[in-house]
Every structure is written in structure tokens, then in C-alpha cells.
Design a protein. Sequence first.
Lengths: 302, 356, 349
Amino acid sequence: MSQTIHRSVAWVFRALLPIVTTFRMLIQDRFALWGLSIFGVFIIVAIIAPWIAPYDPFAPMMTETGRLMRLAPPSSDHWLGTTAFGNDVLSQLIMGSRVALRVGLVAALAVGFISTLVGVISGYFGGIIDDILMRMTDVALSIPTLPFAIVAVGLLGPSVDNIILVITLLFWRNGARIIRSVVLTERERVFVKWARAAGASHLHIILKHILPNILRVVFLWVTMSVAFAVLTEASLSFLGLGDPSITSWGQMLNTAFASGALRSAWWWVAPPSLMLIALISSLYLIGRAYEEQTNPRLKDHS
Amino acid sequence: MSIEFETLRGTLEKKPPVRLQVQDLCVTYKSARGPMKAISGVSFDVEPGSNFGLVGESGCGKSTVVKSLMRLLPASATTSGKVLLDGNDVLAMNRQQLSRVRWAQIALITQSAMNSLDPVFTVGDQIVESIRAHADVKHAVAWARAEELFAMVGLPPERLKEFPHQFSGGMRQRAVIAMAFSLNAGLLLADEPTTALDPIMQDQIMSRIRDIQKRLHRSMVLVTHDIAVVSETCERVAIMYAGRIVETGPTHDVLNKAYHPYTMGLQNAFPKVVAKGEKKPPLISISGGVPDLANPPAGCQFAPRCPFATAQCRAEEPMLRTAGNSLVACHHMERATEFRRAALKAETWRVEETLQ
Amino acid sequence: MSGDNTTVIEGRNLKTHFEGRNGLISAMLGGKSETVHALDGVDLHIDKKEIVGIVGESGCGKSTLGMTLARMYEPTSGQILFGQQDITNLHGSKLKSYRGSAQIIFQDPYSSLNPRLTVEQIIREPLNIHRIGNETEKAARVAEVLNRVQMPPETYLHRFPSNLSGGQRQRVAIARALVLRPELIVADEPVSMLDVSIQAGILELLNQLSKELDLAVLYISHDIATVGYICDRVAVMYLGRIVEQGSSDDVMHSPLHPYSDRLMAAVPSIDATASRERVHLSGEVPSPTNIPAGCRFAARCPAATALCHTVEPELYEARPDHKVRCHLYLPEDRDLRPDLERPKAHPFA
């Protein structure tokens, strides 16, 4: 019995091994370490947001004299000041990180799953299956990103779930092409040929020999997708297509813009912009270091 | 035109052979695990008009030597020592001097040279281009020279008008060999030039290369793992192991009267075709692998795989000493006769396997 | 010989042709795809404990022959008999069970093992695929084959391929092939990417395994010298057909076909004192998409006559157990085409 447990633990460890080694490899790179630290801080903030946000993000702040605190500059009570509607900027900023990460992670995982599925099936089986899937991808690639997103969210209604759906529909296409090209290389490896000669099924070959060896590329693509998704969500919210019942960074910028405070209330505009820049940069830093480690041609030049 | 062509041929044939002297060549690569000494103190001379063989297995540094002679090493490598071409140090040359020397004085053929042809030009144009870059002749004259070169490597001249992708791998390799001969360089560096070719073609090309070298009195450094090819081609040979020369001398002496156990092992591991009825000597295999050059063992680099190694071998690195007509880096070369007899037996080499 | 119960595998008049795949547009415009006659009528059998060598130049079809016998390709025509069973057109689960009995060892030891699996997982995989044995039995079999290839399990079981040398990797590949207890092993250039100093170990191992485990081994190589060391019989291939076959001594030391004669003569000799005649052979191997009439070697053969250019020779039994596909050995009493001149003398004798 204990042996079975031991073995299953070992199996889980081995399945996670590529991720563990990836992580170990990343923390050796100075840029990636920065990226990972920043990203880590975002995750922690997002998780504990309700407890560290000083106020309810939608509660109107009142002065001692009982008047709405509109566009108050940073003070000891409100570190980042207040909005035109008297909301606390810091609280909105902290709660906004939840939306950004939820959209980013869920959409990226969905994108990663669909791109991998299409890429692996297309690349591994080739022939007519490949032809059909790749023509579909070509059609998807010809859709312009932002107009499609605006129209789709406009039709489906502005909610976080719909935004995630639209992002997924938009970004699987590039990933599928990239992953297919990696599968095409892996498929030609001798051990794949051997597995066929040994009588292994297609599923066995894909799970055992193809997937573990392309996981690095999938991981890279998922990382980049988080960044794309966060940016797209911010763009849509800024354009007024965000979910009005929650606060996101894009939405904060949108409200600031709509109330004409974009130029005057720097404490309202700068924080969400900086957060977006920091989050996206951290992901690009991870991606860059990762690509450098994965691609020997880039490594040589360093 | 034919007069011009004869003139070109005349000048090319009159080119003097090159004397190459390599002195204490060291190459160190930067690697993630610290500096890697790919070549440590390699010295050899190639007399004008002679063929010199550089023999060893993968990772012994033989190709690195060739690359450093042409100054083709990546930036992560640091080179020291001297590479003298008729007395001029290649390692100290500037860009201009170097480009005058490459192709015109030293030509290079590598195993994968067939991939170096440009896909958008015809093979003929590329050969003509390489001739005209160094010799001031008309296109037609250079073309005639290209036809002559093609005939030499057994390719029909009309295929000069074709593009590289219309050639098979073997034909492309032959085209590159033809190109290497185009300027009749005084020194030819041939790094496994025929390994990618089929046996019959390999033999034909090797014998053509030998003929030309002999007829025109050229010098050559032939890098290979195939001691039979060296034995048929080179007057002198150096056996390399882990970035060092372990034995060097006249080919006949080195191959028939080896002093270094590695040379003996290599020779006895080499599959031979014996005359009918003759008993095949047993094929030996040297157990273990080449040392990690980033973290080399103390003493003789071959000691971990050597069946005759002693405590001294594992502590002290042997220097090259004279033995017969050769130079040998082995502490126990006085016992070579005894070793040679033992090295013939497969068991001798197998003992180590169980110990490891 | 087919009735002989020690024959493991036999190919009869095997042909494997490949259709060149045309692009969609070219196909719509009615472009014709070319057929590559990679294997074009080969008869071969391998007995238990026997190693048969296939030599020839690249593109002669030697690898295609190996892959066809291992049923990686389905032959275009002909028949493959595995013991008494016809396996020419097997599919599905029957093909899978044949795959367990016929294993392949590939040339490149660096890419034939999945870098993410340990030696133990690599060797266990075939057992998992074929669902053989419980955990204890599997472990026992893995240990057994590792011992067979002289790699102590306690040392190597948990290593990854990146920690092994080329020779050790090839031993693992052999162990993986043995774990299903096959009857046939197709070894496609198993030592050509290894250093000379360790080739012998692998060759000797193959030889020993063949004799101890009753294996039939097809050894494919372009390195003629190694063939002499381990093969009982040798077949020389040229352009998709066997042109000569016999015991390895006969074929290597007294080749009969002009082509095999050149092939053997091209092997360089380590002994420089024995001056070797120069090999000269003009022309190129014809394209396998456009096979010439008559003898396939005729265009390059100095002795070729009208008969050679018209009628393809059969495999004549020139000597006992030594067959050759050349009209030089056409029996005197047989007249294929009396109007056409026969070749007279061996061109390289």
C-alpha cells in the first residue's frame, strides 16, 4: 500500500518535473527573477485583496463635514487619493488586480489548452486533418483583434466571462501554429518512430513522447497569453465594454477619462497604468528569459 | 581565351606549397561550467608538399584545431600559441591579411560543406565567383576552370548550370571539393571530407585528392577518424586524445609500431578486411568515455580507460618524448612491446570494464 | 528453404514503392506524381541465430528492406512470412502483436531515447504498451535485459539518457528491443554513429545475443568492414534489388558481381604496404523513379553488352550458396536471347 502511494507521489513528481526544472532554470536568470518576483507580488495581492484593501472600492468617501470627497489628492487616510466619485483609489487598485489576474490566468489556460489540442492533432497526424485545421487557423488569423473583440463583447454583453471567452477565441490561433511547428519536429524524432515500431497507440505516443517534450513551448505561450489577455481586458474596459459591477484597471482609466480628470488627477490615472505596465513587463521578462533558455540560438549570443 | 586559361592554370600550378607550423596551440571555450580546455599545447609541422593526418574520435579536438587554423572559432573561444604559414602567424593577422590568406593559400573542406552552397546561385556561378575573387580573369576563363574542376570530381560539366537543390548530397559535397581546389591553395585543410559520401565515391574522391596533392606538390592536413584513409594518404600522422597529441610520427611507424596504448586500442578496434582464409584479429573496444574537458582528471587523460595505467599515470601528466621515429606522451612507453602484444587481446581491454 | 522450420522471416519478391505526394494545386492541374521504386523485388530469408548483412550505397533500398520486414511499411507487393504466418498485410491488433516480435535498432543513439525518461522507464515502456506482466515481473525483465547488455541495473536503472555515452545509449536501445523477447531484430546502421573505439562492443553484443537468444538479425550497414565481423551471410543491394548474396566470406573476399567487386575494393586498407588497386567506376546510380531496362548496373558496367541492356538478369547460383544477378554467370546451356551478345569477361578480374 505504502509502495503504491510512494509510486503515485513519484509519478506526480515526474509529471511536474519539466515545470520544476523550468522554474529552477528561470530563477538563475536575473531578468526572469525580477519578472517572477513582480508576478508573485501581484498574485499575493490578488489573493489577499479583500483583507488589505482599506475601503470598499465602491463606497463614497466623506469628509468630516459630511461632503463627498471628490478628487482628493493623496493623504495619510487615502494614500492614493480619491476619484471623482469619492472612491478610494488604492482600494480600487488592489481589487482591480483580482480582475486582471482572473482574466489573465483563465483566458491563458483556455488559450493554452485549445492551441495545444489543435497544434498537437494537426502536427502529429498531418495529412488531411492538418490541412483542415490549418485552414481554420488561417481564417481565424485573418480576424482583426480589437474590432472583433468590441463587436463580440458588445453583442454578448459586458461581463468578465464574456471577455475571457472573446480573448480565448482570439488568441488560440497563433499558439496553434507555434505548437504545431514544434510537434512537427518532435514527430520526426527517432524515439517516436521507435514507439510506432513497438506497437504503441497514437494516444500513448502523444502523451508520453510528444507532450512532455513540447511542454516548454506551451508554457511560454501560456505566459505570453496572460499578458495579451490582461492587455485586451484593459483595452475593452477602457473602451467602456468592461463589467460595470467590478473594478478593473482599464475601467478605472475609463472612468477617469469619462469624468474629464485624465489630466488633473494624476493619482487616479498613474497607478492603474503603472500596474498594467509592471504586470505586462514581468510576464515579458519571464517569457524572454524562458525563450532564451529554450532556444539555443539565442543562448549562444549572450 | 584558351591562352588566358592556360596562363591561369600556369599561375595556379606554380603556386608554392605551404609550410605549416603549429606551435603550442591552446584553445579554451567559455562554458556554463567554467573554462573548457578543448586544445592543450598542440604542436606539429607540415612540410611543404606533404600530407599530415590528424586522427581521433569525437570530442578529441581535431576539428577545433582545423577551425583555429582558419580562425573560424566562435567568439567564446580564446586561442593562444602560433600558427605559422610560411612563417606568418595566422593568429596575429588582421582581417585583410586573413581574407587574402583564406581560399588563396588555405582551402577548407568540411564534412557538412555541402550545406554551404548558396541556394539562389548556380553551382557554376559560385565556383566562378570564388575564382574571380582572388584571380583577375574573365568569366569565361573561370568557367573553363570550373568545368575542369567538375571533371576532376567526376561531375558532368553541364551540371555547372544547375542549382544546389538539383544536386544530391553526395554531388553537392563533390562540388564543394571542386571549389576548394579552384585556386590551388598551397595548403588544404580537409576535415572528414568524404565521410558523408558512399564508399565507392569516397574512395574515388580520396584518390583524386591524393593525386592532385602529389602532382602539384600541395600540402594537406587531413582530419579523420578513419585510420585506414590516413594510412593510405598521409606521410605523417598525429593521434589526438582529449585535446592533446598523444602520439605523432611517420604514419607507417605510428600505425605499425605504436607506443601509446590509445593508438594500439584505436588500431585494434578498427574493423579490417583481411585476405581470404586469414583469421580476423578480434575486434577490441575501449571501455569508458572521453574525459570531461571542463573538469579533466589529473595525470594522463587516457589513464581512466587505459588497461596499463599505474598510479604515476593517474597523478602526473606525461610529456611528449621521443620513441623510435615518433613522439609519444606515455609514462610507460619503454614497455610498448609488451603492451602491443597484450593490446591485441580483447580481454585486456575488457578487464577495465568490470572495474568501472 | 521456406519449409525449413528454423527460418524466422522470409520476404518473397518484396516490392515497396512510394508515391511522391503532389501539392493540392498540382494534383488539380493533373500533375502526375512519381513513384519511387525503393524496394523492387527482393527475396530474403533469415534463420534463427543468423545475422544477415545488407550492404549497399545510400538510396539502394537497404533501409526500406529492413523497415518493410519490420512492417513499418506495408509492401506494395510480394509476401512476408514470419514463421508460418503471412504478415504481409496485417493490421490492428495482429500487427501490434507482430511488432512485439520484430524490433528495430536505429542508427542515431542520441535521438532514439526520449530524454525525459529514465533508463528503467525507457525499457519498461514496451511492456506497458503490450501489457505484459505485473510490476514485479516487469522489474525482473528490465533487470534481466540490462544485464544482458552488460549494464548493471543497480548503476544505470535511474539514469537519464543525457548521462550516458553513445555506446551506452545504444546498449539501452538494444535492451529495450530485447525486453519483448523478439525473434527478429532489424539493426539499421547500429554502430555508424559511434566512435570506433566502442563499435566492437556493440557488434560483439549483437553477435552474442543472436546466438544465445536464437535471434534472427538483419544488419544494415554501409560499412563493409564491420559486416565481415558479425554477419553469417551478406546481400549486396543496388537500386532496390539484391545483386549478390552468399556467405559473408564468399561475398567479401571473392565478390562475383562487378558492382560488389567495386564496393569491396573501395574499402581502404589500414595496411599501407598492401597497395590497393584504384577503384574507378563512372556514372551515377540511376534514379529510383526511372528504373532502366535490363540490368540496373549496366550503364556503369564496362562489360555490359546488348543482353545486359535489354534483359534483367535473374539471381544465378554461380557457386553453391552464392547467388549473383549478372549475365556473366548465365549458365552456358541457357539462352535467354540468342540474338543478343552475352558479356564475356569480368571487367575487373
